[in-house]
Design a protein around this ligand. Structure first.
Ligand SMILES: [Ca+2]
Ligand SMILES: [Ca+2]
Ligand SMILES: [Ca+2]
Ligand SMILES: [Ca+2]
Ligand SMILES: [Zn+2]
Length: 389
């Protein structure tokens, strides 16, 4: 789903702003569209000091969506900083579905502690969650609200679009991601949907029709679906799921149960390391995940379909083929359980974040806007099977 009218609105106002700021940019030709649109997008992107797709001028002065001289989205009042990466997410919700304050705190922490550097010398991403009045002033930017309960958003894209159109201010489309805490969609029990990678809209659907949502499940699924909005995939550079070396909530192995740390703790965030690749045709059990696996445990699939978890740190030898030893170096093993033999390539998610998905940023980061090749998500049945490990 792509709310094209919002993109056009944003570009129109961007064009006015950029033309006022610089007459030189208007003279440059464009091979791909109206000159003012393309050139303006480039000019605005060039003034985005912190690279979060929100131009410095918006973060400093606020965003005037329709170019009438009146600020429509007061970014500085909402906490935006032109020298630190910001993500804004409006959250609407069906009755009983909005995550707890504790869960929202955990989501904020995932981004606050990210190994992402900023021009102001800090690390981390400031994520601004807007639940309206439902979770106190800390999570109230005046946008989130309850929507009519619908136990099955079906068809999901059209119904999500309709709810978004009725409950999300048009002027916000260039600034905020939009998400909905719902129950289920498309007649199934999938945990969520982001519709595209990257994108500006997602839904979290771990409602009572199929799930008993804990804070862990709410946090993991929210961070997972938002991850698609900011360019992340189930396999890192590809869509191969359940790679033991892909230590991310984007991996179904860790979405709901968390990524496993060697000290026994867990986290529900993106990967910050890229351990060595594993060729399933002849995986080397003696090296485990290599040195970058030292801080983690991991899980993998045995030939009989069961799931195993390392007892200790994942840089130690791992019995990939589940035959009782950790000496094999030439025996094939379908480690991610997808019945194909692949090279399992990991990714450092934080080094590959794409800001400005969909209409966010006014469409300035167009090159990153590619269609998704996967739209299916973890289901309640798959989750139940994972509990059998
Ligand atoms: Ca910026
Ligand atoms: Ca910023
Ligand atoms: Ca073995
Ligand atoms: Ca495989
Ligand atoms: Zn997904």
């Amino acid at each position: 789903m792509r709310p094209r009218p919002a993109v056009l609105t944003a570009l129109t106002s961007l064009a006015a702003a950029a033309l006022a700021a610089s007459s030189a940019v208007a003279a440059a030709p464009s091979a791909t569209g109206p000159a003012t649109t393309t050139v303006t997008a480039a000019a605005v992107l060039a003034t985005d000091t912190d690279g979060d797709s929100l131009p410095d001028s918006w973060e400093t002065n606020g965003y005037d969506a329709n170019g009438d001289g009146v600020i429509d989205v007061d970014l500085p009042a909402m906490g935006a900083n032109p020298k630190k990466k910001d993500l804004f997410v409006e959250m609407d919700y069906m009755s009983g579905r909005l995550a707890s304050t504790a869960a929202l705190d955990r989501i904020v922490q995932v981004f606050a502690t990210a190994p992402v550097s900023n021009p102001d010398g800090s690390t981390g991403v400031n994520i601004h969650l807007d639940a309206g009045a439902a979770r106190g002033t800390k999570y109230n930017l005046g946008g989130g609200n309850e929507v009519t309960y619908d136990a099955d958003l079906n068809p999901s894209a059209a119904q999500t679009n309709a709810i978004k159109a009725a409950n999300f201010a048009t002027a916000r489309k260039a600034v905020f991601h939009y998400m909905l805490w719902g129950d289920s969609y498309d007649g199934g029990c999938s945990s969520g949907q982001a519709f595209n990678i990257p994108n500006d809209t997602f839904i979290v659907t771990v409602g009572p029709k199929c799930w008993t949502a804990t804070d862990d499940i709410n946090v993991g699924t929210f961070v997972h679906e938002l991850g698609h909005n900011i360019g992340l995939r189930h396999g890192g550079p590809d869509d191969l799921n359940r790679k033991p070396n892909y230590l991310s909530v984007m991996n179904y192995s860790f979405q709901l149960d968390g990524v496993l740390k060697a000290d026994g703790s867990k986290y529900w965030g993106y990967s910050s390391v890229q351990p060595t690749s594993i060729y399933e045709g002849r995986p080397d059990e003696t090296v485990g995940l290599g040195s970058l696996g030292a801080g983690y445990k991991t899980t993998w699939k045995c030939p009989d379909g069961t799931t195993r978890t390392t007892p200790g740190a994942a840089n130690l030898p791992i019995d990939w083929n589940c035959d009782g030893d950790t000496n094999d170096t030439t025996t094939p093993a379908d480690i991610n359980g997808d019945k194909t033999t692949s090279t399992l390539i990991a990714q450092n998610n934080w080094a590959n974040i794409v800001f400005g998905g969909g209409a966010v940023g006014g469409g300035s980061d167009r090159r990153a806007k590619v269609p998704a090749s996967e739209l299916k998500e973890l289901t309640a049945t798959e989750w139940a099977e994972m509990q059998q490990r």
